[in-house]
Design a protein. Structure first.
Length: 148
């Protein structure tokens, strides 16, 4: 495993700690909760990167890591896998266009009827849309890979 992964993990943890300290030391602000969330959104993957680095650089795990990397390279450049990823991405994109079009229509109707949608509700909607896009991609990729 590259030392670059360790460096990036340490930088993530360091930036996360700085954000956490800043958000805790701030006087009451509306951004404190958001900064605190960003802090742990940096700390968590940073710690995972550091743990993975030390796990895979142990002498007994090096052969398994090399096998894992070679399998990943094969899967990454395999023509069938590339086609399946492309087709899954296309299906997800088309699904996203459909949902986006329906959303524009619904929000236009709600706006015409003077029904106010709060910012929080809209943010939740966009978050769920984002998660749905990821799930659609994963499900279509899984279904297509089982077919072939």
């Amino acid at each position: 495993m590259s030392k670059n992964n360790l460096k990036i993990g340490i930088i993530y943890v360091f930036l996360g700690i700085i954000l956490a300290i800043y958000s805790i030391s701030q006087v009451e602000s509306k951004l404190n909760a958001l900064l605190f969330g960003f802090a742990f959104a940096l700390i968590t993957p940073g710690l995972i990167m550091i743990i993975k680095f030390f796990y895979w650089t142990r002498p007994k795990n090096i052969p398994r890591y090399q096998e894992k990397i070679s399998q990943e390279k094969i899967m990454l450049h395999d023509e069938l896998q590339v086609k399946l990823r492309d087709k899954s991405g296309r299906i997800t994109f088309l699904f996203g266009l459909l949902i986006g079009s329906i959303s524009i229509f619904i929000f236009s109707i709600l706006n015409a009827l003077d029904i106010v949608i709060s910012n929080r509700l809209f943010i939740i909607y966009l978050g769920l849309y984002f998660i749905l896009q990821i799930l659609i991609y994963m499900i279509t990729y899984y279904k297509l890979s089982r077919r072939y």
